[in-house]
Design a protein around this ligand. Structure first.
Ligand code: ATP
Length: 755
């Protein structure tokens, strides 16, 4: 016995707390018309979670609350409590008693309590479904509703039967899974859209990372190329510098001595008798010395000027290359933004003043500021280029002048030498008598010239070397700017040949200069490529990329999880549908045969059965989807239930052709059949027997007794026969105050009360 107690308080006509115990398997509730019997049945519906107020004969929730009478004021809440036994753990909760309470307030709010804890309606429904007390109320047959199951359409009937078969729990699970599936699909869409959103940024960052990798590679290459170049250049310059200085030392010393001897020879010559002739010669020689010095000076200056031009040229080329890279380069966002903000403020301020002159001033100021901004954005480099170009022009003019000067000086020297040579030649012919002093002068002059030529050559080489050194220094400066400390790596760098063997200093020095030029060209190319990559702060990009990548991976992972739960949910739904279909099919067969059994019992013959028919829900989209997703259309989602009955000795086949009594008997047979297959803990029948004649009332009574073996019965009745089968009888009365009252009665009293 599951049903233990019902407490009604403030519900409909039960203004005061009324309690009903159900210690018998059959309880009858009797009383005169309008006393409130049906209200008891409705209080059951109410507490079991009925959501349709209409099915409890009300319009709004508050119709269920005691409405008041001339003597007793209306109530503010209605509460019904049902106590169910759970010693057998029919309900999947760890209580020996399940106490369900539902309260409705005047504002229409409902509270549900399970063993005094507030719960959701859903929790109550699931709990009841697990004990085969479904919400379609197949086990509560209201007054005049006995043939509800006959009137229902095939689909509704199917639902009632599903409920009776205890399949509602699967339906709930299925609905829950479908709801989850929908939510999961929404999540998938959301995650996918998130991934789509971050994808372009991620791609951009990936490209940046590739650039960074490329740039790091280039930097590595640049480092090596620089080390190779700088090392070789350093060795080359040092070696040749030392060599030339050493080479210079001998001739310099000699020249000093020869010049001294020449001076002495000249003094000697002046002292000689042919003084006048000697003077001519010496003057010619001194003139040569003078112009030669002028030429040397001009040449030195020319070489210096050329060196300066070469350096400047390189700087300009470099600058030009940079400018090419920066043209079309974006102005930093923050610079632009702060400019706009500040201009906005200025304009707002000007507008507020509303003075033409002030506005004009502001406009011209804005233009000035914009120009300035542009200039600044173009960079200081342009100013540098301008200065360098002016300098270059000056140097070129200077160089031209110097070339001219060298030409003039060379011409002068040639002329002076010719004069000297002519005199000297004449003297040599004349002086066959061997004038010592003169011969000495000639010899020394020749030696001086020879030595000076030698030294000039060395000086020229030295000045070229100086130029190389200046270029080396400039290159080193650039290396420092580009590579930082790594630029000094060349100190310890070991030059190797193609076979990886360390190359000697001499080999380095003897390498043709073209190779170094190629290396320098290579350096330039590397620098350009590096600048073209133009990446921001590497660490920031890497961090941003890492974050974005991690987030994307997280989303991908989430997507995997979601997709796999979609698959699982779909499998579960298919499984549930199959189970539903299977159990429904088996249940229907059983109910059908029980139906036939009760029907033939009631009518003393005939035939009755349940038929599965395709409902009018045509090949729906839902089916199409089911087919696509599961490759299976669950029958249960399609079939409805029809009844087929054949009365004994009558040609009646359609339900609508049955008499009132016949309809009552048929529906009773079906209700009983349903409760036989899967007996609910209790069944409430509100005057189901109203239309039965005496003979049928007896049969009805017999069947009730048979039924009570499996389900508790609560019968609202006016029928004496039915009353006689009850173990407990409750009488309901209503006095002048309009309040229903309950009392336990004996059969005789009951018969009297019912009247
Ligand atoms: P019958 O034997 O004729 O079927 P019954 O005993 O089943 O009658 P009910 O239909 O249960 O009687 O009771 C109806 C009575 O309940 C009516 O008198 C009605 O006024 C009263 N009633 C219904 N709702 C309320 C309410 N909210 N407040 C007060 N009384 C109510």
């Amino acid at each position: 016995m599951y049903l233990k107690e019902l407490t009604i308080n403030g519900f409909k006509s039960f203004a005061k707390k009324s309690e009903l115990g159900f210690s018998s398997s059959i309880t009858a509730i009797v009383g005169p018309n309008g006393s409130g019997k049906s209200n008891v049945a409705e209080s059951f519906r109410f507490v079991l979670g009925e959501q349709s107020v209409k099915s409890m004969r009300g319009k709004r929730g508050e119709d269920l609350i005691w409405g008041g009478s001339s003597e007793v004021a209306r109530g503010n809440r209605a509460s019904v409590v049902v106590t169910l036994d759970n010693t057998n753990r029919v309900f999947p909760v760890d209580f020996t008693e399940v106490v369900i309470e539902r309260v409705v307030h005047r504002d229409g709010q409902n509270d549900y309590l399970l063993n005094d804890s507030v719960v959701r309606l859903k929790d109550i429904q699931e709990l009841l479904a697990s004990a085969n007390i479904g919400s379609t109320g197949h086990h509560i047959i209201s007054q005049g509703e006995a043939d509800r199951i006959l009137l229902a359409n095939a689909k509704e009937r199917r639902e009632m039967i599903e409920d009776a078969l205890g399949l509602k729990i699967y339906q709930y699970k299925k609905q829950e899974s479908e709801r989850k599936l929908q939510k999961t699909e929404e999540n998938v869409a959301q995650v996918e859209s998130l991934r789509r959103e971050v994808a372009p940024h991620l791609k951009y960052l990936e490209k940046q990372i590739q650039k960074i990798e490329k740039s790091l590679q280039l930097q590595e290459q640049l480092k090596i190329t620089y080390a190779e170049y700088l090392k070789r250049e350093d060795v080359y310059i040092a070696y040749h510098h030392d060599r030339l200085l050493a080479e210079k030392r001998g001739p310099e010393g000699q020249l000093k001595l020869v010049k001294q001897s020449l001076e002495e020879a000249k003094i000697q010559l002046r002292k000689s008798e042919a003084k006048q002739e000697a003077d001519v010669l010496l003057e010619a020689e001194e003139a040569v010395q003078l112009v030669a010095k002028a030429r040397q000076l001009a040449e030195r200056e020319q070489s210096k000027c050329e060196g300066q031009i070469a350096l400047l040229q390189r700087r300009l080329e470099e600058q030009e290359r940079r400018n090419k890279l920066t043209s079309g380069k974006a102005i930093p966002y923050h610079d632009m933004k702060s400019l706009i903000v500040s201009l906005e403020q200025q304009v707002e301020k000007a507008m507020a003043r509303d003075e033409v002159t002030y506005l004009q001033r502001t406009l011209s100021d804005i233009i000035h500021r914009l120009k300035l901004f542009l200039e600044r954005s173009e960079g200081v480099s342009d100013v540098g280029v301008k200065i360098d170009k002016e300098e270059m022009e000056k140097l070129i003019i200077e160089l031209k002048a110097l070339v001219k000067r060298v030409e003039v000086a060379t011409a002068d020297e040639t002329k002076a030498r010719q004069v000297y040579d002519e005199i000297a030649q004449k003297r040599v012919q004349e002086a066959t008598d061997g004038r010592e002093a003169e011969r000495a002068v000639f010899r020394f002059v020749g030696e001086v010239r020879e030595l000076e030529t030698k030294l000039e050559r060395i000086d020229r080489e030295l000045s070229i070397l100086e130029r190389d050194r200046a270029e080396f220094k400039q290159e080193l400066q650039e290396a420092v700017a580009l590579l930082g400390r790594a630029s000094s790596d060349y100190y310890t760098y070991e030059v190797k040949n193609a076979d990886g063997q360390i190359v000697s200093e001499v080999e380095v020095v003897e390498e043709p200069r073209d190779a170094q030029r190629t290396r320098r060209h290579e350096l330039e190319k590397l620098k350009i490529r590096l600048e073209e990559l133009g990446i921001g702060t590497i660490e920031d990009v890497i961090k941003e990329y890492k974050d974005a990548k991690e987030r994307d991976e997280f989303l991908a992972h989430e997507l995997d999880d979601l997709t796999s739960s979609i698959t699982k949910l779909r499998e579960l739904i298919t499984e549930l549908e199959m189970k539903l279909d299977e159990q429904f099919g088996a249940g229907i067969e059983k109910i059908s045969s029980e139906f036939n059994h009760f029907f033939t019992l009631m009518f003393g013959g005939g035939e009755a059965e349940l038929l599965r028919v395709a409902t009018k829900i045509e090949e729906s989209e839902e089916d199409e989807e089911n087919k696509k997703e599961n490759g299976f259309i669950p029958k249960s989602s399609k079939d409805g239930i029809e009844l087929s009955v054949k009365l004994p000795n009558k040609q009646v086949r359609g339900l609508e052709m049955l008499s009132g009594g016949e309809r009552a008997l048929t529906s009773i047979a079906l209700i009983f059949a349903m409760s036989q297959v899967n007996p609910p803990p209790f069944i409430i029948l509100d005057e189901t027997d109203a239309a039965l004649d005496e003979a049928n009332s007896r049969r009805y009574g017999d069947m009730i007794e048979a039924l009570s073996a499996k389900s508790q019965l609560i019968l609202i009745t006016h029928n004496r026969e039915t009353m006689s089968r009850a173990g407990i009888l409750y009488g309901v009365t209503m006095g002048g105050d309009g309040i229903s009252k309950l009392l336990s009665v004996k059969l005789d009293e009951a018969v009297a009360v019912a009247k």
